[in-house]
Design a protein around this ligand. Sequence first.
Ligand SMILES: [Zn+2]
Ligand SMILES: [Zn+2]
Length: 889
Amino acid sequence: MRWTTDKIRQSFLDFFKERGHQVIPSFPIVPKGDPTLLFVNAGMAPMKDYFLGVRTPPSRRVVDCQKCLRISGKHNDLEAVGRDTYHHTFFEMLGNWSFGDYYKAEAIPWHWELITKVWGVDPKLLYATVYKDDDEAEQVWLKLNVLPKERVMRFEKENFWSMGDTGPCGPCSEIHVDRGEKACKGEAHPGIACGVNVDGCERFIELGNLVFIQYNRDESGKLTPLPQKHVDTGSGLERIAAALQSLERSDGKTLGNYEIDLFQTIIQKIESAVGELGSGARYGQRPETDISFRAIADHARTMTFLIAEGVNPGNSEREYVLRRIIRRAARHGRYLGVHQPFLAIAQQGVVDAMGDAYPEIRKDAAKIAQVITEEEARFGETLDRGLELIDQEKARLKKSGAKTLPGDVAFKLYDTYGFPLDLTQDVLRNDGIEVDTAEFDRLMGEQRERARAARKDEAAGPEIQIAAGTSSRFVGHHSYEGESEVLAAGAQDGGSIAIVVAETPFYPEGGGQVGDRGVIETASGALAEITETRKAEGSIVHLGRILQGEVADFRRGAQVKLRIDRIRRDAAMLNHSATHILHYALRDILGTQVHQAGSLVTPDRLRFDFSHQGPVGAEALSDIEEEINARVRENAEVTVEEMAYDQALKAGALAFFGDKYGDVVRVVRMGDFSVELCGGTHVSRTGDVGFFKLHAESGVASGVRRIEAATGQGALEAVREQEKLLGQLGAKLGSTDAAALDRLEKIIAREKELEKKLRALEQKLASGGGNGGDGAAAENVREVNGIKVVMRRADGIDPRALREMADRMRQKHGSAVVALGSDQGEGKVALLVAVTPDLTARIKAGDIVKQIAPLIGGSGGGRPDMAQAGGRDASKLDEALEKVASLVG
Ligand SMILES: [Zn+2]
Ligand SMILES: [Zn+2]
């Protein structure tokens, strides 16, 4: 392949660089300093200020390849992605720019040269378009003398560009390529012949769009010429690649955007994941699965680039876009039979395909994978149940003939199962079912209202009005109590209260560490029990219950004493410091590719999630535990320093990718082994941790492992718990320590042996008793006076097995008298008679046994349904069995 996507991108930049342009890197997709735009949606967007004269461009000639995202507002291509072969959410736009420098006479010939000479497209296949009144541009084309007049076409709205209703605008000229009759089936434009600027036509596609910004439009719509004229060009990289790579083929096949080298690299990765974890479907097999392959490939690019720019999945506007993208992609994974996190594999394809052009996605690949996998795993827990609910609803709607999903179902999917509304709509689209969005919106509004009333905490969340400009400070890194002034308080029926003070020793939940509990007391003796401490918009909110006094006692300006639950805090603190040591030990033993993926620190335990492929072996776990305890015994000093974020990273501090940090950060050091950015509370020496005990290691998602552990008192209690369990086991086994193990091994061995014997016996019985070679002869069945008598010799079988055999025979025959005789060797002979319950009124097993026992030189007896006898003379055993039949008679 000559024109790979990478080569096309580079050739474009090089071509214009040779013509005096400065090559600039892509602007971020998340626009800096433009609140009107959620994402950069065209190459033009970040250049706006240059055209408006608000900022000075780095050069009057610039060339770039801009990352773009169309997923919200006017340009929202999300619904179409995957369903056709050319829509994307993320795409790249090549552009060359003139800010008051060259104009039509240069821009048009240059593009012609690039397309025909550099990229080698046959001029016979090309068409040009100009705005209907733009004689100037038409003249440039005609003077160039490369296209016949009829192939320089005039259009109206297609060839006029404006930034908005007012502002800079101007005509444009486009270059289109004819990809041949076979390229378009005309499905998107029924009744209209294929042609340039026919909507949805895949035969004629645009290779370049040159905008000539020459007017300013005022409110009345009047156009006035600009003093400076600009050129703004945009060419979709994916589309150019599809065109050039189609022309290179000898088989005449025209490629869609998703069939270019870049997307094939990504799709192959997805195929490998689907092969390993899912249905094994491949791209190009079925139209329905192709939709999912394309959507996942597209979404993988979007999530990779957004996360690389520091966006995390969440509920605010940009964050929610990312969350929707990941969840939609995960749902497409289900359609391909993949039921576990796999998108990190698709992301690897994005890195393979685009990492050379965009080094940031390669550098942060591991962190990006973590963010994707975590979100995927979180949604994975409810995705299947949500899809099930949709299936049920679909069946219900089908029965009733309705075509609208009720708003409350869509809301339940959103609220309980984490389905963004557009995902629900997407799932239902193929069935022609719509969602009652008005009802959905109403329920959302209600929920927002509830959330507002309840603030952050659902259980105890009185509304609280915090005056603008006030903020509270956490001062409890080294203290358990303090005095301060109430800034705001709110209450709810039932005595729950929310209090904000200027300075507090209460640690607000954050960085994985739980919030403090304790009490707040006023000078007048009013007392509130605080059960929860949280951050809320610059303030620290204490939530709890009034024990004495009333809300008015905690009014604004009241002086209060604050005291935290010291034991609880200390326990949480120990666990928090231990996570830092654990983080260090993991990287020390497993390697520095290990990154934190999350943590939870409570007074009782700690949980630490980290990136790692496959389970951590028992030996490594033991090494990790050992290393941690060695560092604890080292009793290293723990110091905290505040410094600028950049400086901290330079000092080698580990920052958790999922956390947001301010400009000034706290750097927590332990000895010479651990440096982390952290706002939590810590011990002053590692020895305070006392003892670290690891409980469990498990997987939480593909590539993410979890360690659970405890420290201090919690660890001691855990060890005691295990000790107690061992003690109880020992008592049952009748010995302790090593002897107990020995005993247990013997029991297990004996059990195995018994099982083997039992199985052999069962087989024997099931086969009807064999032929005597193993001691059990065939049954001798006779009918006497309408009663079935079954006699059988079963030599070598002990009395217990004999009873089991009798039970089986009774079951087998339903109604019968069963007589068994066994020569057990060494002068032992056994007789057994069993009678089914329906016959015991007439025939009693005990009576029969008493009469036949003398024949074997013994005695016996028993119940009416079963009786046994033991003797020494085997010679008359058959006679004894025979006598049973005559006795029944
Ligand atoms: Zn067409
Ligand atoms: Zn920390």
